[in-house]
Design a binder for this molecule. Structure first.
Ligand SMILES: [Fe+2]
Length: 479
């Protein structure tokens, strides 16, 4: 409806209209809906605000109810299920994006990951390696961030490492230690590593004997004071409501399946398909208005049995800032959903029933897959295990992920989660790495034209259900 027309209808009924409410009505209201609204607003109201627009959401809900009747609540599990947000960028963002912000951000990364490495090696400042009186036959150790990786003319790896005092080139010989050379091939830009090796006589080159990463400790005993987790959780991501390829039938079958024994549903981003995310996306959209996409998504998720606690974090198709870490959805969107839903940022660490779950949409997998020989979108578990080895969700700066230089590095994986949950790549992969369960949960849309052109084969309509007490899992299929 036209802006003037809407303002006029409200004015004739004696109401003024808040600009935000007008904005919502402009994109999604019919004259009948507005008449419904006018009837429901108390005559003492002077300015109609967004809080009065309940009717709109009801239509999407009614449409979904027609195909998916609301089920009675039988379970008592809701009394026991609890969710605590342990870390989340929402309302913590401080960055402006200036040069000094980036310096501080990378210093913080070096500091946190360096501390993890310092528990295992005694490192010297890089600057001190240039001293003339050093014994170059004795192995020495350094800890630093990877500034550059290249191959020498003879095919050896040259890794330039930087700490707060200086930089040094590290040479990994292609023949001397095949295992070490293999590891060096998978080193990523901007990750923090520890290197032990001997020095060239001028102190400008280090010959690596060993490279270590922060990694997860081998012996992860039960932590003192931590209770055993309880309940069952279901992990999904990339619903992509609004897309022509969204698999409604499969989705409804999934919601129908969600039973009394499930306590939590965790969604790792891309709730809707969004608008303008890739070239010519409008041709692939069923719902072309972003807020209507969320209304529909809210109706689908509101139909999930009420005893299930739903946790939602955003992805790159969602309507929040694209630079990561991303805050949770704005109120304009969250208010379309059931009041008991828990919205968090990306990444975010939550405790569900006593299990620590690190949720990250997973955009950095584009960069990790492109950087490591042999990695592919068909095996999303591999880049996720790399994240755990690096103890970092998004190491590479300047790739597909635009990193917002916050004061603290929110991508550092600490504490160690019980479950790492990602999405983004639209393929499924579940594995365990040193006691951490990594889940990539696929998508709810079939292959898009864009994916066809990119030769990406999605694995849609899957949900991974995990018994939090035992960490046993099953991948369920709904298509
Ligand atoms: Fe997605």
């Amino acid at each position: 409806m036209e802006t003037g027309e809407i303002i006029q209808i409200f004015a004739e009924s004696g109401f003024q209209l808040d600009p935000e409410a007008l904005d919502i009505l402009r994109t999604g209201a019919s004259p009948e809906l507005i008449q419904d609204m006018l009837r429901s607003i108390d005559s003492s109201v002077l300015v109609v605000g967004t809080q009065h627009i309940t009717a709109l959401n009801k239509t999407a809900e009614k449409e979904v109810e027609k195909i998916m009747p609301v089920r009675p609540v039988k379970s008592r599990l809701d009394e026991n299920s609890r969710v605590t947000v342990l870390s989340d960028i929402t309302n913590q963002s401080t960055c402006i994006g200036e040069y000094t912000d980036f310096v501080q951000y990378f210093k913080h990364r070096h500091h946190l990951l360096g501390d993890m490495l310092r528990k295992r090696i005694t490192a010297r400042p890089i600057e001190s390696l240039k001293k003339r009186n050093l014994d170059t036959r004795e192995p020495l150790s350094i800890i630093g961030m990877v500034l550059d990786i290249r191959s020498s003319a003879k095919g050896h790896k040259l890794i330039e490492v930087e700490d707060t005092t200086g930089t040094i080139a590290v040479l990994v010989h292609k023949e001397k230690d095949k295992e070490l050379f293999g590891l060096a091939n998978g080193i990523l830009l901007d990750e923090v590593i520890g290197v032990t090796g001997t020095l060239s006589t001028d102190g400008n080159l280090m010959f690596a004997n060993k490279i270590i990463r922060p990694d997860i400790p081998n012996t992860q005993g039960p932590e003192l004071g931590r209770e055993r987790a309880k309940g069952k959780a279901v992990f999904i991501s990339d619903i992509h409501v609004g897309s022509r390829t969204f698999l409604e039938e499969s989705w409804l079958r999934f919601v129908e399946w969600l039973g009394d024994d499930i306590s939590y549903l965790v969604v790792a981003g891309d709730v809707v398909d969004g608008i303008g995310v890739f070239p010519n996306q409008d041709k692939e959209l069923m719902i072309s208005d972003i807020y209507e996409q969320y209304e529909r998504a809210a109706a689908y998720l509101n139909a999930v049995p009420k005893h299930i606690k739903i946790i939602i974090s955003p992805g790159n198709h969602d309507a929040v800032r694209q630079a990561e870490p991303q805050p949770r959805f704005p109120e304009r969107i969250t208010k379309m959903f059931r009041k008991d839903m828990i919205f968090v940022g990306n990444p975010a660490m939550v405790d569900i029933g006593g299990a620590r779950v690190l949720i990250y949409h997973g955009r950095s997998m584009d960069d990790i897959i492109a950087s490591i020989p042999g990695f592919s979108y068909a095996e999303p578990a591999r880049p996720m295990v790399e994240m755990l080895k690096l103890r970092h969700l998004s190491p590479i700066y300047g790739g597909r992920v635009s990193i917002a230089p916050e004061k603290e590095d929110h991508f550092v994986i600490d504490p160690i989660p019980d479950i790492l949950h990602c999405g983004h790549v639209h393929t499924v992969g579940v594995t365990r790495y040193k006691g951490v369960l990594t889940i990539n949960s696929g998508t709810w849309q079939s292959q898009t034209e864009f994916q066809k052109r990119m030769n990406l084969q999605p694995v849609p309509a899957r949900a991974t259900v995990v018994d939090l007490a035992t960490m046993e899992y099953r991948i369920m299929q709904f298509n």
